[in-house]
Design a binder for this molecule. Structure first.
Ligand SMILES: [Zn+2]
Length: 84
């Protein structure tokens, strides 16, 4: 289970980063939301600002039944929305 170590904050990325929710790569200098999490390891998760808003607006559709956001969750949600 993911534990949040540092709450999400806005950072300017210093190298290219992948948004964990939509899986797109953003170039360095982009402002992204970074959160620090730990389960077995401590790691940083980056998400883009669009995903952050989508995840707030559509939480019940994007998160799983336990309210957890998985890697690629927004990408999958967008794909499903396109197929409807
Ligand atoms: Zn994203």
């Amino acid at each position: 289970m993911l534990e949040c170590v540092h709450p999400d904050r806005l950072v300017k990325i210093r190298k290219d980063r992948q948004c964990f929710a939509c899986l797109e790569i953003f170039p360095k200098g982009t402002e992204m939301i970074m959160g620090v999490y730990k389960d077995e390891y401590i790691y940083n998760l980056y998400k883009c600002q669009e995903c952050k808003e989508l995840m707030i607006e559509h939480t019940s559709e994007i998160a799983d039944y336990d309210g957890i956001f998985w890697e690629g969750c927004v990408a999958e949600w967008k794909r499903e929305a396109e197929n409807e």
